[in-house]
Write a protein that binds this ligand. Sequence first.
Ligand SMILES: [Cu+2]
Length: 168
Amino acid sequence: MEFSAGEAPCRAAARVATDGGYHPEMSGHAPLSPRIRNHVILVVLMALGGCSRPPESSLKELQKARVGDLEVVLLSPSASLQPGPGFALLEFRDGNGMLVDVGTVRVSATMPMAGSSPMTGGSEIKPTPAPGRYEVATDFGMAGTWHLDVEWNGPAGRGATRLESRVQ
Ligand SMILES: [Cu+2]
């Protein structure tokens, strides 16, 4: 949420767009493809809603889970997932932090509700040109702790894990 003093939010947004919004220290990772970068820019611009909210200067790692040799990482343009339609990235990495192609991935988003069946959220997943990196179109109906159940099946074998993430 930080941009330097005196820098107008709209200018900061332009800077995010130019940078592609990725941690420079995440070397060893393929940079976001132009298509995904545009998607991120679009989402950031939509999220700004006429530059009323400050942009994030990078994607944040929200959650990680280790399954065998694989690390499953949830990333977001903002410090947390947010209610309503949104955007996140899911990455599968090896022990050196390099992306790993895991083939077909499925994600389901549910929220346990006291006294009733779980609430279901949107979590449409699409592969990106970088094998091992997936974009997730999220849609959470309410704030709270959501479960993202992730399953994969492909070159790295078959596996599953659950990421618990705070939507706020
Ligand atoms: Cu709920």
